[in-house]
Design a protein around this ligand. Structure first.
Ligand code: HDE
Length: 702
């Protein structure tokens, strides 16, 4: 009996019982199945063709379902296992494929081919992440960003697993579970998600003086980046480069974004969490889809043991940085990300970075934090990816030949041939043998001092570098940092924790401590804890700023133009042209997605509907409205907020005469960043930066 056609297989309840057939081919024929093409037959994982993907095998048309239905069981079982345990840290991430190109040879220092062959391109897969939140959390919390690069070199995979901050919270891997437990959601209540502003984090930090330098960075605008395309990256630890004779030079690795470094302001980051949970992921995706490939310079700081001995800090302590003013950066290459992954799970989720993946010519230093990491990543991946063969997953597999005698285990994908799975052996001509030119470690002399659980005295200075960081900032950035501390500590319910933190700040900078104490409403400055080493004044390092280093450019930025029926088309056109000429992307926002009838009655389609496209997602905004449109939108909260937030987030605003009604409703006065929409040139000039001088007018900073 032929099946009676039914328009929706998903609503079988509406189907008359008499029309039901065991032969269901043809259901859905009337549904639109997308563009034509050559569709391969649907099969099970065993390759068995599936004739019906709509109905399970039932004993009768109305059930029960049969256990025999291997197609259903396979499909559901696979679904049940679709989630693997997410990363305990850095769970939320976005990644892209690309390449690394060497521009300057480091031949003098290393044998690593990727660092010696100028012009050679090495494929990379780079994953950016937040640290504290779960995989489904938002993109713009105040948090450190992971910056992990897998180089698929001809000599094996090298993973440079870094962050967007050059120092870390702790000096010893022993403390990592503690710092992570403290920042994650509190175990009894399961909140807050993706936030450090809570008691357990600040409790741990207030009892961990070595964290103070990282805290300065974490409370700075570095942790609220505008875009993943605009963050710096750091390998953090000292590594070694080894030449052919295994002579060692120390090295710190740096990534510097071509678009310049840029951050949001805190209120903007908070509102972005509502406007677009995926703000950074979408931004990276759109840039790559549009061919505006994100790019970073790769730079090294090279220094000898003798130089290191002269530093006023221990470079093996991951809470310390080497100011660029002491050891300058040398740019040796660039990384371009030019391909979005085909599948998020297979690639971004399953990629397994490991600082222990290193190639001949590069080596580790003794940094005790790095040493602990060398153990942790493989261990976590064994459980996260389900067994010892995760290196065979395509995203993790080296792109050079690899062969060894490791065998079997869960999910073995390879089919090794022959009898020989041991070494030494004499039975098989093609069994793998040792490679004399392979990876060798530096013969580092054993440290003086005996074995023990000892923290070196050279690690004891916890306040000099936080002071260096704070004092190197512009006054705007200092105010942001002090305000961030006030914000975070105001979410801490326990008074003694708040006070202990202010006590630490007194060692860093007296004015900072006072500002934060004032902001918290403390009546008196709490006592400073004892300091093992009195902080020193280092020469300020302007390289540690963001504002001072921002590039004067609109390249890679996005301008939003709010329009409505009757908007002047020539103003829109000239703003668009000026913005695009300056390298920005333009998006039209209108009350209706279908667009607005602009001057001349032509309809201009919108890229975003006003209610769902607040100004937080733009770098600068323009309002081009007729008198009528301006009046209408001045009564529309989304339009008033659009311009009020742009003003509050220190963005340039262009407005024509019709738009003045909206500006008035938002209480916006004139300043250098509020310009006439008819003057595209001055708008572009204002849009190239944030209006920092406006800030004291719109919010009270600590
Ligand atoms: Fe990680 N870290 N980490 N970390 N880390 C992980 O590995 C760990 C540290 C970093 O996009 C985990 O596969 C220990 C510093 C990034 O997949 C885990 C210590 C830096 C990523 C782990 C540190 C990092 C991770 C969790 C202290 C900057 C994400 C899942 C000794 C230099 C990589 C995983 C990606 C991920 C352990 C400290 C960066 C648990 C024990 C310092 C970017 O193995």
């Amino acid at each position: 009996m032929a099946a009676k056609k039914h328009p929706s297989p998903s609503s079988p309840a509406s189907r008359p019982a008499a029309a039901v057939s065991r032969d269901t081919r043809g259901h859905g024929d009337e549904l639109h199945q997308g563009p034509g093409g050559k569709h391969p037959p649907l099969t099970t994982n065993q390759g068995i063709p599936i004739p019906d993907n709509q109905n399970s095998l039932r004993a009768t048309p109305r059930g029960p379902t049969l256990l025999e239905d291997f197609i259903l069981r396979e499909k559901i079982t696979h679904f049940d296992h679709e989630r693997i345990p997410e990363r305990i840290v850095h769970a939320r991430g976005s990644a892209a494929h690309g390449y690394f190109e060497l521009t300057k040879s480091l031949k003098k220092y290393t044998t690593a081919r990727l660092l010696t062959e100028v012009g050679a391109r090495t494929p990379v897969f780079t994953r950016f992440s937040t640290v504290a939140g779960g995989a489904g959390s938002v993109d713009t919390p105040r948090d450190v960003r992971g910056f992990a690069v897998k180089f698929y070199t001809q000599e094996g995979n090298w993973d440079l697993v870094g962050n967007n901050i050059p120092v870390f919270f702790i000096q010893d891997a022993m403390k990592f579970p503690d710092v992570v437990h403290s920042v994650k959601m509190e175990p009894d209540r399961a909140f807050p998600q993706a936030a450090s502003a809570h008691d357990t984090f600040w409790d741990f930090i207030s009892l961990t003086p070595e964290a103070m330098h990282m805290i300065m960075w974490a409370m700075s605008d570095r942790t609220i980046p505008r875009s993943l395309r605009m963050i710096e990256g750091f390998g953090v630890h000292s590594f070694r480069l080894l030449d052919a004779k295994r002579n060692s030079t120390f090295v710190k690795f740096h990534w510097r974004p071509k678009l310049g470094i840029q951050s949001t302001v805190w209120d903007e980051a908070v509102k972005l969490q509502a406007a677009d949970n995926d703000f950074h992921r979408r931004d990276l995706f759109e840039a790559i889809q549009n061919g505006a490939y994100p790019e970073w310079e790769f730079a090294v700081q090279l220094f000898t043991q003798e130089q290191a001995d002269g530093f006023p800090f221990d470079h093996l302590d991951a809470t310390k940085l080497i100011p660029e003013e002491i050891v300058p950066l040398t740019v040796v290459g660039r990384m371009v990300l030019d391909r979005w992954p085909d599948n998020f799970f297979a690639e971004t989720e399953q990629v397994a970075y490991c600082p222990a993946n290193i190639v001949p010519g590069i080596d580790f230093s003794n940094d005790p934090l790095l040493q602990g990491r060398l153990f942790s990543y493989l261990d976590t991946q064994l459980i996260r990816l389900g067994g010892p063969n995760f290196h065979q997953i395509p995203i993790n597999a080296p792109k050079c030949p690899f062969a060894n005698l490791q065998r079997d285990g869960h999910m073995q994908m390879l089919v090794p041939k022959g009898r020989v799975n041991y070494e030494p052996s004499s039975l098989q001509a093609d069994s793998p043998r040792e490679a004399p030119e392979g990876f060798r470690s530096h013969a580092t002399p054993a440290n003086d001092g005996g074995k023990g659980r000892i923290r070196a005295e050279s690690f004891a200075d916890h306040y000099t570098q936080p002071r260096l960081f704070y004092r190197s900032q512009t006054s705007h950035e200092q105010a942001h940092l002090a305000s961030a501390l006030v914000f975070e500590l105001s979410k801490v319910g326990t008074a003694h924790v708040r006070e202990a933190m202010v006590g630490h700040l007194r060692h860093i900078d007296a004015d900072l401590a006072k500002r934060v104490a004032d902001g918290l409403g403390l009546d008196a400055l709490p006592p400073a804890p004892p300091a093992a080493v009195k902080p020193q004044d280092m020469k300020p390092s302007p390289a540690l700023q963001i504002i001072g280093k921002m590039k004067d450019t609109l390249e890679g930025r996005v301008i939003g133009i709010l329009i409505d029926d009757g908007s002047d088309v020539s103003t829109i056109r000239s703003l668009r042209k000026a913005a695009e000429d300056a390298g920005a992307t333009v998006k039209i926002v209108a009350p209706k997605l279908g667009g607005a009838k602009v001057g001349g009655g032509k309809k201009l389609p919108a890229d975003g509907q006003l209610a769902g496209t607040p100004s937080t997602v733009f770098d600068a905004v323009a309002l081009v409205l007729s008198g009528e449109g301006g009046k209408r939108l001045s009564r529309e909260a989304a339009a008033v907020d659009f311009v009020r937030d742009a003003f509050g987030h220190l963005k340039a605003i262009a407005a024509d005469t019709g738009a003045q009604a909206v500006l008035q409703a938002a209480g916006i006065g004139k300043d250098a960043g509020v310009v006439d929409a008819g003057n595209a040139k001055s708008f572009i000039k204002a849009a190239r930066t944030r209006q920092w001088d406006r800030e004291p007018r719109v919010r009270t900073l600590a």
